[in-house]
Ligand binder design. Structure first.
Ligand SMILES: [Zn+2]
Length: 457
């Protein structure tokens, strides 16, 4: 038997445990796991002293998003390469509605943009911003045809927001059809009022952005969404949670209804970034919080209330942000993080805080595979699963710098941070696309992932 690829001598980690083993890949799939030292392969990689993990899944990334001045810098080609450098082998993006689009035409546009460009497997969360019959009907169609995670916003009136009656309607549908609501929960009413006050008082710097969206504006929306989840039975992922005050909600939540997502920037940075001269570069919503909230978020990760560590990547340059530096309401929101998400969490979570490698696999891959309806095709190293693997060298030390990154931006929110651990190799769909920390996948392309109904972990 001649395999396509053999990864020898590594420590293979799944969410339930680790073992010294070799991994064989053939025809894009994992072919065997175990003692394969006498087997032959067209290509052999020695992973001695290194960890072999399921490829990471980023189920919250925005690529080639926005319009006009707010168009993010990446394309599906450059964005997916940057993701691969960071150990991600598949991602789920969002089909935000541009003006005049319906959920379906937005999905069609995004699928067309990514096709033949992304070097990783990709999928999309359909979005809905209006509860008119056509939109509801299209969302119904997506729940039935391989895109069962629906993104809902309770904020950004006039663009992304769906009124609460609509959120309730969609959640009833999700409960009936089997699916998952992914909710950006912030209180539109409270935030609009706070922003209007800030503008009137002439306070429009980066710090005022954080002040306009205090934790209560998140909590009010999250509690409301959970009330609807309980009433309808629709499972909900609370996207990018920033405040530890939400722990109470998780402590009392019904099993199988509430899932939590946190992004590394909320775990690693604190709100002092908004006092920096370039504080506008860190504008994202919800905002980065104080150190007490940050510590409480780590506590939620350690207690198991967080299921997903995702990037919420949005790739803006310093110039795009600087243009509105004195007027926070117009600064494009988001941080470029698709490349750094996994290894920042590795360095800060696994190395510094002792989170186990098995939990790391859960939080960066296996749980996303389950919730996104991709398990056991992805999120696990076992025969028959997709050949999506990464090799991590845990002993490398380096400093973060934007200049060394592959995202289409000159900004790195972690500039100067000391890191331990790096992704040596990324194997996507059986192809080695990062080898020795260099991109080698020019000819490789990923596929659109149609997904099953969520597997509730
Ligand atoms: Zn997002």
């Amino acid at each position: 038997m001649m395999w396509d690829l053999l990864i020898k001598n590594g420590t293979v980690v799944n969410s339930w445990g680790r073992m010294k083993a070799d991994v064989a890949v053939s025809d894009g799939k994992i072919a065997a796991v175990g003692d394969l030292r006498d087997m032959e392969a067209k290509k052999v990689i020695d992973a001695r002293g290194k960890y072999v993990l399921p490829g990471m899944i980023d189920s919250h990334a925005h690529i080639q998003t926005g319009v006009g001045e707010r168009k993010s810098g990446d394309t599906y080609y450059t964005g997916s390469i940057a993701a691969a450098y960071g150990g991600t082998t598949s991602f789920v993006d969002f089909a935000f509605l541009n003006e005049g689009e319906t959920p379906k035409t937005a999905m069609e546009r995004k699928m067309k943009e990514a096709a033949g460009e992304s070097v990783l497997d990709y999928s999309f969360h359909p979005c809905i911003t209006s509860m008119d019959p056509q939109s509801l009907d299209e969302i119904h169609g997506f729940l039935q045809s391989g895109f069962p995670s629906i993104k809902l916003f309770t904020v950004y009136r006039g663009t992304l927001m769906l009124e609460k009656a609509g959120v309730y309607e969609v959640m009833k549908m999700i409960a009936r059809e089997g699916g998952l609501a992914l909710v950006h929960a912030e209180s539109a009413d409270m935030i609009e009022r706070n922003i209007a006050d800030a503008i009137r008082e002439g306070r429009t710097d980066a710090r005022a952005h954080a002040l306009s969206r205090p934790p209560v504006t998140e909590l009010e929306a999250m509690y409301g969404v959970y009330a609807m989840a309980r009433e309808t039975g629709a499972p909900v992922i609370l996207a990018h949670m920033t405040t530890g005050k939400v722990m109470e909600l998780f402590e009392h939540a019904e099993k199988g209804l509430l899932f939590g997502e946190v992004c590394p920037h909320y775990l690693v940075l604190d709100d002092s970034v908004y006092d920096r001269p370039d504080g506008y570069n860190y504008i994202c919503s919800p905002p980065i919080r104080g150190s007490r909230d940050r510590e409480a978020l780590w506590d939620m990760v350690e207690k198991g209330y967080v299921q997903l560590i995702n990037s919420d990547h949005t790739d803006y340059s310093k110039a795009q942000k600087e243009r509105y530096k004195d007027y926070f309401p117009d600064v494009p929101n988001g941080l470029p993080t698709i490349e750094t998400r996994g290894m920042v969490f590795f360095s800060e979570g696994v190395v510094k805080r002792g989170i186990s490698l098995e939990r790391f696999v859960d939080l960066t891959s296996a749980n996303a595979a389950k919730l996104m309806g991709l398990y056991p095709r992805k999120g696990v190293i076992r025969p028959g699963s997709d050949g999506d693997l990464i090799i991590i060298d845990p002993d490398v030390h380096y400093q973060m710098e934007a200049a060394a990154m592959h995202m289409a931006t000159d900004f790195c929110p972690y500039e100067g941070m000391e890191m331990t651990g790096a992704v040596d190799c990324t194997i996507a769909g059986g192809a080695v696309i990062i080898e020795n920390r260099k991109f080698t996948g020019t000819d490789h392309r990923g596929k659109l992932m149609k997904r099953n109904k969520p597997l509730i972990p």
